[in-house]
Design a protein around this ligand. Structure first.
Ligand SMILES: Nc1ncnc2c1ncn2[C@@H]1O[C@H](COP(=O)(O)OP(=O)(O)OP(=O)(O)O)[C@@H](O)[C@H]1O
Ligand SMILES: NC(=O)c1ccc[n+]([C@@H]2O[C@H](CO)[C@@H](O)[C@H]2O)c1
Length: 202
């Protein structure tokens, strides 16, 4: 069974969770991993020179723990069971599509390296600020956090990503959830239906 790892990345409030959840529902053989669940405990996230707690940088996340989870899934998909005397390559019955959703997926090389497909949702500044301000995070955004930390860090992270990673499919997050879903779902199905990638041999 072929396995596929798909990144649903993008700016904060770009609609990543909405899109990833729709995909998970439509792809019964998929599993969803959310980068936000790997934030370090609040007291371990440093306060920057700008006076804000630095939540929007890669060091706010326990990426090692996230990679361990990803690698564990990858290994489980190719488990070799030794049964009786002959080794049998088991056809894993578990999900064969890993959807990874998060705001800093492609800036961290070990994670970026595992993706078969990379999507990135963008929305303009005004829309992002509007959506973000209607949400309550834990801890809640302090006053001025969006303009003082979130947006400047987004611009910096995005610039670095664009410099390093070429094969990203950019999506316009102002399109409707249904339109975004249709675009990515078709794409994933096409990828799933491709003939198996050839194993590298010497
Ligand atoms: N395509 C869309 N069009 C308009 N609004 C949307 C769309 N997708 C999501 N939203 C709204 O934008 C907000 C953020 O959506 P969502 O939680 O999916 O984004 P996110 O990128 O996962 O955010 P986070 O930064 O918290 O990870 C929600 O209020 C949601 O209802
Ligand atoms: N999940 C968290 O611990 C947390 C705490 C404070 C802020 N955030 C924000 O989540 C966004 C990514 O989805 C980032 O923009 C963080 O600011 C998350």
């Amino acid at each position: 069974m072929e396995k596929l790892i798909v990144g649903i990345g993008g700016v904060t409030n770009g609609g990543k969770t909405t899109l990833a959840c729709k995909l998970k529902k439509a792809l019964p053989n998929s599993i969803l991993l959310c980068q936000d669940t790997f934030f370090k405990p609040v007291n371990e996230v440093e306060v920057g020179e700008d006076g804000f707690q630095q939540f929007d940088v890669i060091t706010a996340l326990d990426m090692e723990a996230m990679m361990n989870t990803v690698y564990a899934w990858m290994e489980n998909m190719t488990t070799v069971h030794i049964e009786q005397k002959a080794p049998i390559l088991s056809e894993n019955k578990g999900p064969n599509i890993l959807l990874v959703e998060g705001f800093l997926l492609y800036n961290y090389k070990p994670l970026n390296d595992v993706f078969n497909q990379r999507y990135y949702l963008s929305i303009p500044y005004e829309e992002c600020k509007r959506r973000r301000c209607s949400r309550v995070y834990d801890p809640p955004d302090p006053p001025g956090n969006f303009d003082g930390h979130v947006w400047p860090m987004y611009l910096r992270n995005r610039k670095e990503m664009e410099k390093k990673v070429a094969d990203i499919i950019y999506l316009d997050g102002t399109n409707s959830p249904d339109e975004l879903f249709a675009q990515v779902y078709e794409d994933i199905l096409r990828e799933v239906q491709k003939p198996p990638r050839q194993l590298l041999t010497n």
